[in-house]
Ligand binder design. Structure first.
Ligand code: GAP
Length: 462
């Protein structure tokens, strides 16, 4: 089934996964808010990542570094000088677009290493074939580089902050690099070891496209693995395998994933691959897995004047550690997870008062915002009283939704749409036999289970 982006966006809004930011003020481009279900899904994604990258690893520790950092860090990292996208403006409607994206539309691919002049030439040569995504015109302004770092005026109360700006971090990994020595000294880790972090990053993305795929404020989950130079590629291969398996374990269908090898590497990189996911708009980058050499610590050493080296305790050899990195966005993972889970299907059996078509999010148990819905067949005692008690008990372990409104068929459909794996129905026999009906989301199979065994039953099935 081809997944339609509009259907996913509509479900996200309708059910409270994702809202446009500042909507009552007309919205705020390329920024989104997670609603009551989105925050649960995002937390579950972050939990799964943390479990895989930190909890289950003896060789990786966590970190939570600040969003504001010394501005020199962004000079050392190359972001002040080179973190930019080529931009053009439509001469007719003044819409700004990324030149590499416009070129892609006509199957021309700009090389990441191209200078502004070279991109300008390539763009001019192809301009007649290219159309403005808004008005269709084919006349554009000259290409200009546009820096993606977001400036702030933090702490600079008197001076001109546009000249001496502080930046909101453009990626979380710089906080890891600058804490390398702190973690090394305080954790007594030996190479190879990694530092993992989840946190917000900010970028002045030029084009607001594709929902939460590319936003101006987003969360990254990054792990930087420090290794000796001779082990870099070996560790890189291991990391590639770990990251592929992570998505399979997360429940993503393997046929919707592929590797993309970067052909034009930045000068310091040894190798770079992206894991791409089949989004509704085609295969696109989900995460980057890169072998970065010793560039990052070398740069921070140079700009800070601090030695950032490691001495091998057995050989006494001193060197600047090399880094292999894994970097992925929470929102981008969420879009992949939602796309993978979204299904429209004919329900094999018609349930009370419903058509045979249903939308169902087949989310794995670990990611589903609510694990169980508790549904009394009537709004009256004693069914509501029993139901509320069941919900309270289950809430000790899981996120549980209690719902007593509308027909049971409508309530099942509502839970299908938000991916709740189990519905527990309390009916008129329950006060007599102390049993409830458990309905499974994907198979729609129903089983009678005693209230006493309910927790154990759910634990066994999930
Ligand atoms: N430290 C490396 C780094 O930041 P990147 O390719 O710029 O590399 C890594 O970003 C990941 O972060 C991407 O694969 C994507 O999942 C996520 N990401 C990057 N920019 C994003 C944006 N504007 N909106 C949402 N996610 C983004």
């Amino acid at each position: 089934m081809t997944k339609d982006m509009d259907q996913i966006i509509s479900l996200c809004k309708r059910r409270g996964f994702i809202f446009p930011s500042s909507e009552i003020y007309g919205g705020f481009a390329a920024v989104y808010d997670y609603g009551q279900l989105g925050v649960e899904l995002a937390n579950n994604i972050k939990r799964a990542w943390w479990k895989s990258m930190v909890q289950k690893r003896d060789d990786i520790v966590g970190l939570d570094s600040s969003i504001f950092m010394h501005p020199k860090i962004w000079e050392a990292s190359g972001h002040v000088g080179g973190f930019s996208d080529p931009l053009t403006e439509c001469k007719s409607c003044h819409t700004r677009s990324r030149v590499d994206h416009l070129l892609e539309e006509v199957d021309v691919f700009a090389d990441e290493k191209m200078s502004e002049e070279e991109i300008n030439e390539l763009f001019s040569a192809n301009m007649k074939k290219i159309h403005c995504p808004k008005c269709g015109n084919s006349d554009f302004s000259e290409v200009k580089s546009f820096n993606l770092l977001v400036k702030s005026n933090l702490g600079n109360f008197t001076g001109d902050w546009t000249k001496e700006p502080v930046y909101l971090r453009g990626e979380t990994c710089q906080g890891i690099y600058v804490n390398f020595e702190n973690v090394l000294d305080s954790s007594r880790k030996k190479l190879p070891f990694g530092i993992a972090q989840i946190g917000k990053a900010f970028r002045n993305e030029i084009t607001a496209r594709q929902f939460i795929f590319r936003t101006r404020e987003f969360e990254q989950m990054e792990m930087q693995y420090f290794t000796s130079p001779d082990k870099e590629m070996e560790e890189y291969e291991k990391l590639r395998q770990v990251r592929w398996q992570y998505y399979i374990d997360l429940g993503i269908k393997e046929e919707n994933l592929q590797w993309h090898k970067h052909e034009n590497l930045v000068f310091y990189a040894k190798e770079a691959y992206d894991i791409e996911y089949r989004f509704p708009f085609g295969f696109k980058e989900l995460e980057g897995v890169h072998a970065r050499g010793n560039y990052d610590l070398t740069q921070h050493s140079k700009f800070s004047g601090q030695e950032l080296t490691y001495t091998d305790p057995t050989t006494n050899e001193k060197f600047i550690p090399h880094i292999v990195e894994s970097s992925v966005g929470v929102g981008r993972t969420m879009l992949a997870v939602l796309t993978d889970a979204y299904h429209e299907e004919e329900a094999p059996t018609a349930e009370e008062g419903e058509t045979d078509k249903r939308v169902v999010l087949k989310l794995p148990f670990s990611l589903a915002p609510f694990k169980i819905a508790v549904l009394p067949l009537s709004k009256k005692e004693p069914l509501t009283d029993i139901s509320r008690k069941i919900a309270t008990t289950l809430r000790d372990d899981w996120m549980v939704q209690y719902d007593e409104t509308q027909s049971i068929g409508k309530r099942y459909r509502r839970q299908d749409e938000i991916g709740t794996p189990f519905c527990v129905t309390i009916d008129f026999d329950t006060p007599e036999d102390n049993k409830v009906t458990v309905r499974h989301r994907d198979s729609m199979k129903q089983e009678r289970v005693s209230i006493e065994d309910l927790g154990g039953y759910i634990r066994e099935q999930k």
